[in-house]
Design a protein around this ligand. Structure first.
Ligand code: TLP
Length: 348
């Protein structure tokens, strides 16, 4: 029986075209800068995002870490959301390895930080304070329902950062989902940011890898930091080959995942016992909670769903996240809704 895995888009397997490209990829030693497939991916990614250069990195976590370390020194401060992936789920790497102090501000439900809060968080020049160096945004915003931050908002934060002499980094793990959701070109959307990390290994289906993009000078510094972090890889073009297919063939179809997320949300919203955050989710994530009428918690429901071959992500005691992706088709959406109905009917 086919498993329907909605826990994350990180679970995606490579597409058949990726496996073929991986088998045929020309390879070299990337620590020498000699892997032609990696070089091609880095150039493609930078061009698609309107930045001067790109750097292939093993993971999104290492991409964000290398960016923060390239921009900041020990004792510097980065302003970011209290729901940011970098703050919550990257093992405190920026503090542990870089001595960089996170200054968190409340994320609004739409993933933004209030402009007045950012402005107030910028430190005056005073020996008591750390030096504010960087602002970090996240788009789409994972913990904020997969919200897409608009080009207009990104522009405003970019202007504020640059007029105050600060740098703007974007955790754009799912930046192509944001661009698809907003119907804007990705390069235009992120024009105001100085650096961006995006992931090939989430909704884009590649097995491994992220790309960090920015100016030539920034990428040169990040390249050395990648080496310090142990992220210099050798014949990794075998992975980059999948990334090239991801940019060519998977990016243009992301809207499909968003439409399926809407179908899934609407199907689940019709079931008693569930409260769905949005019946038109902003991208490929559906967040939902158990209604008070359900006497068990999310752990129990996840276990019952698994018996129906549906895997759901638990994000709280009574809360779930379901993520649509390439391997979730219309039939899978229907089956998943049916599985929830079957599991919940016991309690009605
Ligand atoms: N997110 C994962 C989990 O870690 C929560 C997921 O299942 O969504 N930025 C954002 C916005 C992310 O969502 C993630 C992964 C990362 C960075 C880190 O990427 P990796 O896993 O490649 O280090």
């Amino acid at each position: 029986m086919k498993i329907i895995d909605l826990r994350s888009d990180t679970v995606t397997q490579p597409t058949p075209a990726m496996r073929e490209a991986m088998a045929k990829a020309p390879l070299g030693d990337d620590v020498y800068g000699e892997d032609p497939t990696i070089n091609q991916l880095q150039e493609m990614a930078a061009a698609m995002l309107g930045k001067e250069a790109g750097l292939f990195i093993p993971s999104g976590t290492m991409g964000n870490l290398a960016a923060v370390l390239a921009h900041c020194g020990r004792g510097d401060e980065v302003i970011m959301g209290d729901q940011a992936h970098t703050f919550r789920y990257e093992a405190g790497g920026i503090a542990a390895l870089g001595g960089v102090h996170p200054h968190t501000l409340p994320n609004q439900p739409d993933g933004t930080l209030l402009m007045e809060n950012i402005e107030a968080a910028i430190r005056p020049d005073d020996a008591h304070h750390p030096i504010t160096r960087l602002i970090a945004l996240e788009n789409t915003h994972n913990r904020c329902g997969g919200a897409a931050l608009s080009a207009d908002y990104t522009q405003k934060v970019g202007e504020l950062a640059h007029t105050r002499g600060l740098i703007l980094h974007l955790d754009g793990a799912r930046i192509f989902n944001a661009a698809a959701a907003l119907g804007v070109d990705a390069a235009k959307l992120i024009a105001p940011v100085d650096s961006v990390t995006f992931c090939l290994s989430k909704g884009l289906c590649a097995p491994v890898g992220s790309v960090l993009c920015g100016s030539h000078d920034f990428i040169r510094r990040a390249h050395r930091i990648r080496k310090q972090l142990g992220g210099g890889m050798r014949q990794a073009g075998i992975l980059a080959a999948a990334g090239i297919v991801a940019l060519q063939e998977v990016v243009p179809r992301l809207k499909e995942d968003h439409l399926r997320a809407a179908k899934l949300a609407q199907g689940l919203a019709a079931l008693p016992g569930l409260s769905v955050d949005a019946t038109q989710p902003p991208s490929n994530m559906v967040y939902l909670s158990l209604a008070d009428t359900i006497p068990v918690d999310a752990t129990e429901i996840v276990a019952r769903l698994q018996e129906q071959h549906v895997l759901a992500g638990k994000t709280g005691k009574r809360r779930f996240r379901l993520v649509t992706h390439y391997w979730v088709d219309d039939q899978a959406v229907q089956t998943a809704v049916g599985a929830f109905a079957e599991v919940l009917k016991v309690y009605s």
